[in-house]
Design a protein around this ligand. Structure first.
Ligand code: SAM
Length: 452
């Protein structure tokens, strides 16, 4: 099949492809662009997208550069032989198609004219946008967490990742992009793969459908599986994974399956061996033998972390570390002083002299101080960057060379979001070093300059 729009969206929108329709900052809707009407994968299809910003026939969205702003259309659905003008914002979409929200489909739109107001933007699918727009079936892993996790587990082109459980597929989409190897250099280079396991049957089917719809099925192997009992081999085949991510209620129950050799009873004093089956010599590991394996488990409670860490230690995992990502948005702005001086009527004027500019600067500074002292009451943390302040002063210029650098004019201030995003989960990282065989040791010793 052709390449997934998540990996290469091309320059323009095409039919039968997923587009993310940006209605507002908090409202992005996934839509399959169709030339005719129809229903695919159970969401967001049809010939017309009806929103509170107006109606958008798919024909007006196809073959457009990604990022385009598209204005609402006047749509004649032909259903009652009358035209309905679709206006912006408070528009009542009744009559333009069944239901509401993006994707509710009517028949093919006829006789289109562009309405004067109401618009959307067409965005290409990315894992980040998918995370904010995907149909939630479970708690999901969000971008600040998964970007850090993928970095720590060394996910890079050509790697194989084991993921359990798949849930709503938020992490799956981010991880497949991280490991996708679009340009293998040798025939041995791997293309990268996500081995994803989900125990809930309904979620598994939904995910499989989505992965196929997004044309990621060659890179994501979905398996319906209880990994606590049945481990990570797929039809007896090992995923040969170098990276593992466990978002499960009891990750410690999956860990015994992620060993290079069959765990011994003393390693698992509290039980858990029954499900491992087979003899030591029959043991097949889902992990890549000739590489260090990087693991992350994602658990909301510290009790889960302590249990997981105990089993990690017993099974030989090393460099164990638990962290929490405290995501905080920091807004950095320059206060508008210096070049552009507001007048009474709000028209900006260039100050006549440096002296005048400095006087205005002081005024603004005073107002700014007052403002920030009020701010402390409202829990907003505002600080002035001293270095930048010095830089700004340099930017004010001299009489000979007045304000040569307007972009450095004004104080650089940063405001931290008052409210810290609530706790998501503890991320526990560990590594399982590569095991060296006698032959590998000997070969390495041969190559080593001091070896002889
Ligand atoms: N990481 C996912 C995402 O970003 O969308 C969310 C995962 S969700 C919190 C946890 C998932 O693990 C659930 O869908 C659940 O059905 C699945 N699960 C729980 N126990 C499991 C098991 N023993 N084997 C496989 N999956 C399991």
């Amino acid at each position: 099949s052709s390449i997934s729009p998540f990996l290469d969206s091309g320059l323009v929108t095409t039919p039968d492809t997923l587009a993310l329709v940006h209605l507002s900052r908090d409202n992005i809707q996934p839509v399959y662009l169709r030339e005719g009407s129809g229903s695919v994968d159970g969401y967001a299809e049809g010939a017309v997208i009806n929103t509170r910003f107006g109606s958008f026939p798919h024909s007006t969205l196809i073959n457009k550069p990604w990022g385009s702003q598209i204005r609402a259309s006047i749509v004649d659905t032909g259903s009652r032989g009358r035209k309905k003008k679709v206006e912006a914002e408070d528009n009542d979409t009744e009559g333009t198609g069944a239901g509401s929200g993006a994707g509710a489909g009517a028949g093919p739109a006829k006789d289109l004219k562009t309405a004067s107001s109401g618009f959307i933007h067409l965005l290409p699918p990315t894992p980040e946008l998918w995370t904010t727009s995907l149909p939630h079936r479970t708690q999901v892993v969000y971008t600040p967490d998964y970007s850090y996790i993928l970095h720590r587990i060394r996910a890079r082109p050509g790697m194989h990742i084991i993921e359990a459980g798949a849930g709503s597929g938020s992490f799956t989409h981010a991880s497949v992009r991280a490991v996708y190897n679009g340009h293998p250099r040798t025939t041995e280079d791997r293309r990268g793969k996500v081995w994803s396991f989900e125990f809930n049957e309904e979620r598994y089917h939904k995910m499989k459908q989505e992965i196929e719809g997004h044309r990621l099925d060659e890179l994501v192997q979905m398996t319906h599986r209880d990994v606590y009992n049945d481990g990570f081999l797929v039809d007896g085949q090992s995923p040969e994974a170098e990276c593992v991510f466990l978002d499960l209620p009891a990750p410690w129950r999956a860990l015994p399956h992620l060993a290079r050799r069959k765990p011994t009873p003393s390693q698992l004093a509290s039980g858990g061996l029954d499900c491992l089956g087979g003899s030591d010599s029959e043991w097949k590991s889902p992990l890549r033998a000739d590489r260090t394996v990087y693991l992350c488990t994602f658990s909301p409670c510290i009790e889960q972390v302590t249990k997981t860490v105990e089993i990690m230690r017993r099974l030989g995992w090393m460099d164990i570390e638990t962290v929490e990502v405290a995501h905080r948005r920091i807004n950095v702005v320059r206060e508008k002083i210096g070049l552009n001086m507001p007048t009474e009527r709000g028209v900006n004027q260039v100050p006549g002299s440096v002296a005048e500019a400095l006087r205005k600067l002081k005024e603004v500074e005073c107002r700014s101080k007052e403002f920030h002292s009020q701010d402390q009451d409202t829990d907003t943390d505002t600080k002035i960057n001293e270095d930048e302040e010095a830089l700004n002063e340099a930017g004010q210029g001299t009489e000979d060379a007045p304000m040569a650098k307007p972009w450095t004019a004004g104080r650089l201030v940063h405001r931290t979001e008052a409210e810290l995003k609530t706790h998501t989960s503890y991320l526990t990282f560990a590594i399982l070093p590569q095991e060296w065989s006698e032959e590998q040791e000997a070969a390495a010793f041969e190559k080593w300059p001091c070896g002889k």
